[in-house]
Design a protein. Structure first.
Length: 397
């Protein structure tokens, strides 16, 4: 595992490398960010962390905005229909394993997607829908503690298919319990099964959510579906100059879960390629990750790698890999857009607002309008780059 150094040494090293015209692979490692905006403290009544918020100064945009008829605050693009922004966002848990249930549905219609390590060498997605809808999103799978961050940041409904009792009980006793959406008998909430997979995929891997029917369902049940005041993300089609080229981005969560993003200059998008087998015997096999609904390859205008602390509340949680992933405060990040890589910091200045991405000097970095895909990895993860190719290897203490 590579050593981790302050940003200033990396920038100096990168300047030297660029100045000499070198192209050899350069190991990039960054010091854990020392400033915390919100810190977790243990409650006397429970081992589950609670949140304490401490304001933090930033030069990035900070005002929450009402829904605009012109632009979706999460993508910087017009919504599919203006009325869609007059609602609460919907965050849906989407499976990435087992492999045979791919392709997933709806990932190319989401505004923002988070991917993180769950357990047993595997990852899962949380897809946030606001300016777009999909009749099929899924397969929907179980919740994790991390999902609280997404629910709070977007003030969203959290759609999942139950959870470990430790996590489910915590969710149900929380102040966001009224925004939890899980399957029940009947047509509301709008979970449904994919008929073409009825005889080939287990029932628990064949449950999908219909975001187009959720607004009526929420109204029928008297639920709060008022649009939240969300701070608009900082977007610009003009690409700032990055620290280094970033045309291919690998993320190795484990020998079972790994993938890469390939930049296509003709579309200004990164396209996802997913592993099709484990790498225990050496070698890596990939194929394009597709969206069953649109028939498109999963893509993103922005790929953001977030470093976050992974811990356990107790030894029992460690045995079962029930993680607490801390996305409070600020930390190390890497942004990839328009074929460029940026050394960055993520900042969560408000509990109920999306993350901000800034330079090391605290200036906002604009995202390209479109889908943003966040990869969440551990604080001790390795970073290597060379010739526009970046590799992130997930490690947790």
């Amino acid at each position: 595992m590579s050593a981790r150094f302050p940003y200033v040494f990396i920038l100096a090293g990168l300047s030297l490398l660029n100045g000499c015209g070198g192209s050899a692979t350069q190991s990039v490692a960054v010091q854990d960010a020392p400033t915390l905006v919100q810190e977790r403290v243990a409650s006397a009544a429970s081992s589950t962390p609670t949140l304490v918020v401490t304001p933090m100064e930033t030069s990035a945009p900070s005002e929450a905005q009402k829904p605009s008829e012109a632009l979706n605050p999460l993508t910087g693009l017009p919504p599919a229909a203006p009325v869609l922004l007059d609602r609460r966002p919907i965050a849906v848990k989407v499976a990435n394993y087992p492999r045979y249930m791919r392709p997933q549905s709806g990932l190319t219609l989401a505004d923002q997607v988070f991917e993180y390590y769950i357990e047993s060498e595997l990852t899962r997605f949380v897809a946030v829908f606001y300016g777009n809808d999909s009749e099929w999103v899924g397969p929907v799978r179980s919740g994790r503690y991390f999902d609280e961050h997404v629910q709070r940041m977007y003030q969203a409904y959290l759609v999942f298919k139950f959870a470990d009792p430790r996590e489910l009980n915590y969710f149900r006793s929380s102040d966001f319990a009224r925004f939890l959406v899980t399957p029940t008998n009947g047509l509301c909430p709008p979970f449904h099964f994919l008929a073409e997979r009825a005889h080939t995929v287990e029932q628990y891997n064949n449950s999908y959510f219909d975001t187009t029917r959720w607004k009526d369902c929420a109204a029928h049940n008297g639920m709060d579906d008022d649009h939240p005041m969300l701070r608009a993300e900082y977007f610009s089609e003009s690409a700032p100059r990055g620290d280094l080229p970033g045309v291919r981005v690998y993320t190795y969560y484990s020998v079972d879960s790994y993938h890469y993003w390939e930049y296509a200059p003709e579309t200004h998008l990164y396209y996802r390629y997913q592993e099709t087998a484990d790498s225990r015997k050496g070698g890596e096999i990939y194929e394009a990750l597709m969206d069953r609904v649109t028939g498109e390859q999963v893509h993103a205008a922005n790929v953001v790698v977030l470093f976050a602390n992974h811990t356990f509340a107790n030894s029992y949680d460690r045995d079962d890999e029930v993680f607490q992933i801390d996305l409070n405060g600020s930390g190390e990040a890497y942004l990839f857009r328009d074929g460029e890589g940026f050394l960055a910091r993520w900042q969560r200045t408000d509990l109920d607002q999306p993350l901000l991405l800034t330079t090391l000097s605290n200036d906002p970095i604009p995202l390209r309008p479109g889908i943003t895909f966040y990869e969440v990895i551990g604080l001790r993860s390795d970073v290597d780059q060379g010739d526009g190719e970046w590799s992130f290897h997930h490690y947790w203490p």
